[in-house]
Each structure stands twice: as structure tokens, then as C-alpha cells.
Ligand binder design. Structure first.
Ligand code: GLN
Length: 174
């Protein structure tokens, strides 16, 4: 998606891969595995420093869980975003679904893909809610240079969420 938008994208697996990056996306997957591998390969503090430098970080799904301060489980996370997430909040893998959602800053609904997704159950006042399901469930939020989404924008052809994230490169962290 980033390449389609004209940006260079590289994989980050080790701390040194963060050098010279302007922004970081942490994708979906399994957040407990992220935590274990991040601890093993010494990524936690380098990513925290990356965030503290004001560079944009976007966590989708497990990436959002990995960003969150409160995940309700004893698992290693970055603990950067002032949100409480609930993992697997819609049920099991088979309960995954796709639904259009309204996202603040986007002109038309976004087709959101939820795969055994977390929800954002609580946000601090410094966190801006960007998208909610019809029942009010928060599924996207921003805190300064941090963006979190419960769903998987990379699984659609719609580049608008990626553009929204890239626009954070130009905006100073709030
Ligand atoms: N269920 C996963 C977790 O709790 C997240 C799933 C996903 O990233 N699609 O970490």
C-alpha cells in the first residue's frame, strides 16, 4: 500500500532496522507473539524511543494491542497509547467480519476488515476517537503521533487510511 502511494517500505525485524525510518507500521498478527519476539530481540525500548522522537507509529489490530497501555492481560507491550483494549472482542476467528465504518477525516465510509479483532474499550481525554461502530464501539483512535485501528486497511484496495497515516508525517505531534 505504501509503495502504491509512492513511498519506500522496508521490513523491521531488528532494532537497527528502525534507523533512518520516518514512520512505523505495526501490522496485525498475534500480539502475544509480538511481545515475546520484541522482548527477545530488544525492540521494546528502541520503538519507545522512536515514538518519543515524535515519528508516526500506526498499529493495526495486534499492532494496536501492542501499542496500548492496558490490554487486560499480562503480556509485554509498548504501553504507549492511553487506551484500554479488549482482545478478540468480537469472538473467535470465525466471527471475523467486514463492515463499512465512518472515519473522521474521510469523506465516504471505509470498508473495514475485522479479523479476530480487538476493540478500544476506553480512551483517555488526550486520545481522539476516529471511528466507531454503530453501537459506539471505538475501532480507530489517534494520540499525537500514534494511530491505532482495530481493522485491517491493508486488506482492501482503499488507500485512504494509509494516506491519513502518511499525513501525520507532515503534522507535528500533539
Ligand atoms: N487476535 C489477535 C491478538 O489478540 C489480533 C488479530 C489480528 O491482528 N488480526 O493479538
Amino acid at each position: 500500500m505504501l509503495r502504491r502511494l509512492g513511498h519506500e517500505a522496508v521490513e523491521v525485524r531488528l532494532p537497527q532496522h528502525l534507523d533512518d525510518l520516518d514512520a512505523l507500521i505495526m501490522p496485525g498478527g498475534e500480539s502475544t507473539t509480538f511481545g515475546k519476539l520484541a522482548v527477545r530481540w530488544g525492540l521494546i525500548d528502541p520503538i519507545r524511543r522512536f515514538a518519543a522522537s515524535g515519528k508516526p507509529i500506526w498499529g493495526t489490530c495486534a499492532g494496536l494491542i501492542f501499542l496500548a497501555k492496558d490490554v487486560g492481560h499480562d503480556q509485554p507491550t509498548l504501553g504507549l497509547m492511553d487506551v484500554r483494549v479488549v482482545r478478540n472482542a468480537f469472538g473467535r476467528q470465525i466471527d471475523s467480519f467486514i463492515t463499512p465504518i465512518k472515519v473522521k477525516g474521510l469523506d465516504a465510509p471505509f470498508r473495514a476488515v475485522f479479523i479476530r479483532a480487538p476493540i478500544i474499550a476506553e480512551v483517555s481525554p488526550n486520545v481522539e476517537v476516529l471511528a466507531q461502530l454503530e453501537d459506539g464501539t471505538i475501532v480507530a483512535a489517534r494520540q499525537g503521533n500514534l494511530l491505532g485501528t482495530s481493522f485491517h486497511p491493508e486488506l482492501t484496495n482503499d488507500t485512504r487510511m494509509h494516506e491519513l497515516f502518511l499525513s501525520m508525517l507532515a503534522q507535528p505531534a500533539r
